[in-house]
Design a binder for this molecule. Structure first.
Ligand code: EPU
Length: 417
């Protein structure tokens, strides 16, 4: 276990470069095993979720070569075998091996995935979609056996625009016989990136990024390359830090359009920023206006930035209302922000934040990845020392967070306990 220690209240100035998107690379890695030949993935972020997927690749006898920012995956000698719970429960995205192994071998055996404890996180939409493609599913406790004599294209209407189900079904349908339509598909930028890799491998996918995706199945996929898009959630997190502490802080290597909803909200609050091509320059903003934030499926306000922005709302003048609509349990940070001096009344998925309130350092716990990012943000503006326990959660999705923040003036370190 690790803890992060922050001496707060130092301005941030200089440049932070955004890495590749976690929620893209965690699907690109499993998708790569469908190719007969090498798949080269570049702009790979150095996050622990990627390491957990590589462990699964090794178990499957997939050859993996790593260099800075690059992974080469060669599944020519892949062996399909049970993925044990100790590996699948390290992260949510292990479930993309369901779609990928089902497509390649027509059979997959694995346990329920892990991931942040932010809600019940069922996978019924994934399973219903696999069944529509012709698979039979047998469940024994938390172990799934999913097999098909043949996968056949189907019309699949998702009850909810689930990111994971959209990606998993796009992966599985790439090698099904005939045409699949996924309706009410999720539209996140990461989904376009994943479809791009599949198409580079020879798949025939159109409509990714819209609510209807069409996939014409092919019998084989081949070697390919892909570059991971910049992480819009990492960018959004540093943008929020810049709004609180920036002294000409530049966030670069991002795609501003992917953060447009956040930027509109910041503008409404009176945040001082300048947008240039692939970068944004922020200065600490005084007199922030309170506002309302309601998370929603893309292109709404991203749930993954809900916790970080709540820290900004504690510094706005007046009462801000916050609603989380995607996950039932994404308020783990509130208790700790209140210990630090915030005034947040939270009930289930709603919070009422009264600001501005100065924050002070405390001994607190990162309950999940984005709660952890929110607490780092709070620690950076707090007076005194903040100690964040269970900081391992944060390293799942923020590459080199300590060195990125130190290089712009933060007093932050991580220690093993
Ligand atoms: N849902 C179901 N059944 C399913 C799938 C989802 O009911 O079969 C529900 C979920 O319980 C939730 C909602 O649908 O209430 C949205 O779930 P979705 O499937 O879209 O989420 P996910 O694929 O599990 C990804 C990201 C999350 C991000 C969400 C929403 C990955 C690995 N994770 O999760 O990222 O919050 O989409 O944008 O891509 C994070 O990075 O911190 C994170 C949690």
């Amino acid at each position: 276990m690790k803890k992060i220690i922050i001496e707060g209240n130092h301005p941030l100035s200089g440049k932070i470069k955004i890495g590749g998107a976690k929620n893209s690379v965690v699907a690109l890695i499993p998708a790569a095993i469908m190719a007969k030949g090498k798949v080269k993935i570049s702009n790979v972020p150095n996050i622990s979720d990627k390491d957990a997927l590589i462990e699964i690749l090794k178990l499957l006898n997939v050859d993996v070569k790593k260099s800075t920012g690059i992974i080469e995956i060669d599944a020519s000698n892949i062996k399909n075998c049970l993925i044990p719970e100790s590996l699948s429960n390290k992260l949510r995205a292990s479930y993309y091996f369901m779609g990928a192994l089902l497509a390649r071998f027509k059979k997959v055996e694995m346990y329920f995935p892990g991931g942040c404890n932010i809600g019940s996180r069922p996978i019924n939409l994934h399973l219903k979609g696999f069944e529509a493609l012709g698979a039979k599913i047998t469940k024994e406790d938390s172990k799934y056996l999913i097999e098909a004599s043949e996968l056949k294209g189907a019309d699949i209407m998702l009850d909810f625009a689930s990111v994971g189900a959209t990606v998993n079904l796009m992966i599985a349908a790439s090698m099904a016989k005939g045409t699949t339509h996924i309706m009410n598909a999720a539209r996140e930028a990461e989904i376009i990136n994943i479809a791009e890799l599949l198409n580079n491998m020879g798949a025939k996918i159109t409509g990714a990024g819209t609510e209807e995706i069409t996939i014409e199945g092919v019998s084989e996929l081949h070697e390919a390359e892909i570059k991971v898009i910049p992480d819009r959630i990492e960018a959004g997190t540093y943008i929020i830090m810049g709004a609180l502490l920036g002294d000409n802080l530049t966030i670069e290597g991002m795609i501003p359009e992917h953060n447009i909803v956040l930027l509109n909200k910041l503008q409404e609050m009176g945040v001082n920023f300048k947008l240039q091509n692939h970068k944004i320059i922020l200065n600490k903003s005084n007199n922030l206006k309170a506002t309302s934030v309601r998370t929603a499926v893309y292109p709404g306000f991203p749930t993954d930035l809900g916790q970080p922005i709540s820290v900004l709302l504690t510094q706005a003048n007046g009462i801000s209302l916050f609603e989380e609509t995607i996950w039932e349990n994404r308020m783990g940070h509130v208790k700790y922000l209140n210990m630090m001096g915030a005034n947040i009344e939270a009930e289930r998925q709603h919070a009422r934040i009264t600001g501005p309130t100065p924050l002070h350092g405390e001994n607190i716990i990162a309950t999940d990845l984005r709660a952890g990012a929110a607490l780092v943000t709070a620690g950076l503006i707090a007076e005194g020392t903040t100690v964040i326990n269970d900081a391992d959660h944060i390293l799942r999705g923020y590459e080199r967070i300590i060195s990125k923040l130190s290089s712009v003036g933060a007093n932050i370190k991580i220690v093993e306990v």
